[in-house]
Design a protein. Structure first.
Length: 211
């Protein structure tokens, strides 16, 4: 089986196994998802959801972030990793959203990555989840690990990994791959103890029972 064929098989099996896959961050609008994804760097979705349950009641507009007292915002998001830096970025993000985008989140990678705290991974998540647009593939720790495990890339750099995946996967599968591989890495193919016996990929995965 070629690498391309393996990728298509894995995408198909994961799609069947996770038919209703969605991001596990809680949100009700564009602003909330953008804030949650910024907070999620190096922090679990579960922890972010605990924090945002309080945060979103207190800060309900981009103006609220733009004019936030930095110490108060920092204290509110305490519990996520790097909360001081993230608080600073949220204030700057709020300022830019108000002054340059009139509170309307831009919907292209180029514009999104101009926002403080929004790198390409975050921008890809937003375009996938909010508008169903695939400009690229999300690369997080799970996708990095599993894509290497399956032989789809040998890279550890997110930009290089995304380049390899874009070349390998059909564009129509970019969003599916991004969502499903994250879930599979989180719940089945765990870094410390992969559950190969109960994995839907164990007949095609080149690392099955050896990971």
């Amino acid at each position: 089986m070629s690498k391309k064929e393996l990728a298509k098989e894995i995408v198909a099996l994961l799609r069947k196994n996770y038919p209703n896959a969605r991001i596990e961050l809680d949100y009700t609008n564009e602003r909330e998802l953008a804030v949650a994804v910024v907070l999620s760097a190096q922090t679990t979705d579960k922890k972010v959801n605990e924090i945002t349950a309080k945060l979103f009641k207190k800060y309900s507009s981009w103006e609220d972030y733009a004019t936030a007292d930095l110490n108060e915002l920092t204290e509110t998001i305490k519990g996520v990793n790097f909360h001081k830096g993230k608080a600073e970025r949220l204030v700057k993000m709020g300022e830019m959203m108000v002054s340059e985008y009139k509170g309307k989140l831009p919907n292209t990678i180029e514009e999104l990555t101009k926002l403080p705290g929004v790198a390409r991974k975050t921008a890809n998540v937003l375009t996938h989840e909010l508008w169903g647009k695939a400009y690229g593939v999300v690369v997080d720790t799970h996708i990095t690990r599993l894509s290497n495990l399956w032989g789809f890339t040998k890279e550890q750099n997110a930009v290089k990994i995304e380049k390899d995946l874009i070349a390998l996967l059909d564009k129509e599968d970019w969003i599916t791959y991004s969502r499903n591989v994250v879930l599979h890495g989180r719940y089945v193919c765990k870094a410390r103890k992969p559950d190969c016996a109960n994995c839907v990929l164990n007949e095609v995965c080149p690392s099955a029972f050896n990971a």
